[in-house]
Write a protein that binds this ligand. Structure first.
Ligand code: GLN
Length: 495
């Protein structure tokens, strides 16, 4: 049965439709696995009753000859930043403890409509601020390949759960790299769509001009299938792109032939201020050669402003966060745990003081500072201008190449606690993913090998806006040629 847990979305949907396995059996399998491996810290909340009821309804619909949708009976789990009707949603924060939303976000609603079974909610850095999962207010999530190490962040639970076979696939969000980086640390595929490709309605806001929902999955096929389910215009999100949704799975067999891949000159230690692990460099170089053998042309390109991506992002994202998080004022959300009669001020102070973790407070302070009227021009406005320059670099590069290729992160998963005291070291984990978000582009991380210690390594590819098909085409060509996909973490998760 455990093989089935690693079979992936497309294969499971087929089996359910052919009645080789029932939605209920599949759901029971994952619920049991999630319970058995709870020490991993991947789930914040499991919803067994809801999931089994839903699975039963799908089995009945199938028995009656109905078509419950392309994801019928496939158990999916969600980063706890996605708003779910009747199911607790905390964004990894104590301030949202006990909040049970009265509605589904658009991506969630579309998954359900396609027949998916929602198993529960996955661990994450508080309000998606983090690169390791350690900023969760609940529990530290561990990396299934090495439980002494982080799964990456902020969608750490989403990546760990898929890697360990605790759900068929998951959704995460990527504001600065939070889908791609944990996918690379956990040896799975993570796809950040173009800004606006997936609706942000019902996604707890972090930095609204960057946030984007996307799939974490075992294969490019699964990522394509999930993306075509959740993507598309939404009248409830004015920033969602009004463009038809292609059948992304059709892009998978295009092959690498005819594609031109750009390698940025500036993705170097001198330029970015951080070294690359030699094993990561070697694996990504080898992956590039595989794509060349498959017929892709490779050339170097220039992204001259990439060295400013990190400071620009860490100014703009906190600025947006400081505004978005003002709603958690202790009146509308959060625990009202002050003494009765202590007055609103006490409630306010209590909630503020006790319920945001240190990284969230740091971001609110940074953001508020950057937006102060006296400093606005020097920081926020300047950063917006640099954001435009970064976007322009990409626009120029994409006149000559179809894709940009690099490692997803400079290193493999690092030990839990090793960067917790140094925010700047932590931020460096995103140095290769942030430019994509600043420019609003789509990006993918695909597994491209392992270190000698058996830690997964990820390769990142970026494309022009709405270039998801090109990403999937190249990633799938690489996946087939390399045979590195859907690898399973050590024994303990097999049973
Ligand atoms: N690690 C980055 C941050 O902390 C990106 C997070 C994300 O993409 N949600 O802001």
């Amino acid at each position: 049965m455990s093989d089935l847990a690693f079979a992936g979305v497309a294969a499971q949907a087929d089996k359910v439709r052919r009645k080789d396995v029932s939605a209920r059996e599949l759901t029971e399998l994952y619920l049991a696995r999630a319970e058995a491996h709870s020490e991993l810290g991947a789930y914040l909340h499991l919803e067994p009753e809801g999931a089994l009821t839903r699975a039963g309804a799908i089995d009945r619909a199938l028995a009656e000859g109905g078509d419950p949708g392309p994801l019928a009976g496939v158990p999916i789990a969600l980063k706890d930043i996605l708003v779910t009707e009747g199911m607790t949603t905390t964004a990894g924060s104590k301030i949202l403890d006990g909040w049970v939303p009265p509605y589904d976000g658009t991506a969630v609603e579309r998954l359900r409509r396609a027949g998916a079974v929602i198993l529960g909610k996955l661990n994450m850095d508080e309000f998606a601020m983090g690169s390791s999962g350690e900023n969760s207010s609940r529990a530290v999530c561990k990396n299934p390949w090495d439980p002494q190490r982080v799964p990456g962040g902020s969608s750490g639970g989403s990546a760990a759960a898929v890697a360990a076979g605790l759900c068929a696939a998951s959704l995460g969000t990527d504001t600065g790299g939070s889908i791609r980086q944990p996918a690379s640390f956990c040896g799975i595929v993570g796809l950040r769509p173009t800004y606006g490709r997936v609706s942000r309605y019902g996604v707890v806001a972090f930095a609204s001009s960057f946030d984007q929902v996307g799939p974490l999955a075992r294969t490019t096929e699964d990522a394509a299938l999930l993306l075509e389910t959740i993507a598309g215009p939404d009248p409830r999100d004015a920033t969602s792109i009004d463009a038809p949704v292609p059948r992304y799975r059709d892009a998978l067999n295009g092959g690498a032939k005819g594609l031109t891949i750009g390698i940025p000159d500036e993705f170097s230690a001198e330029h970015l201020g951080t070294g690359f692990d030699p094993e990561v460099e070697r694996a990504v170089d080898e992956a590039r050669r595989v794509l060349e053998r498959e017929g892709a042309a490779v050339r170097s390109i220039s992204l001259p402003h990439s060295r400013y991506a990190l400071p620009t992002y860490y100014l703009l994202a906190p600025a947006e966060a400081s505004s978005n998080l003002a709603r958690y004022d202790g009146v509308r959300y959060g625990r009202r745990d002050a003494e009765p009669g202590a007055g609103l001020g006490a409630v306010y102070g209590e909630t503020r003081g006790r319920n945001f973790g240190p990284e969230v407070k740091r971001r609110i302070m940074l953001g508020t500072y950057a937006l102060r009227s006296g400093y606005y021009d020097a920081y926020y406005l300047k950063a917006q201008k640099v954001r435009s320059l970064i976007a322009r670099d990409f626009a120029r590069a994409f006149e000559d190449v179809d894709l940009v290729l690099s490692p997803t992160a400079p290193t493999p998963a690092f030990p839990i606690g090793s960067r917790a005291d140094s925010p700047l070291d932590m931020y460096m984990a995103d140095v290769l993913t942030l430019s994509c978000n600043l420019a609003g582009l789509p990006g993918i991380s695909v597994p491209c090998g392992f270190t000698q210690n058996g830690l997964p390594i990820g390769m990142q590819m970026l494309a022009p806006a709405l270039g998801e098909e090109t990403l999937l085409r190249a990633a799938s060509a690489y996946e087939r040629a390399s045979g590195i996909a859907g690898a399973r973490p050590p024994e303990v998760f097999h049973g």
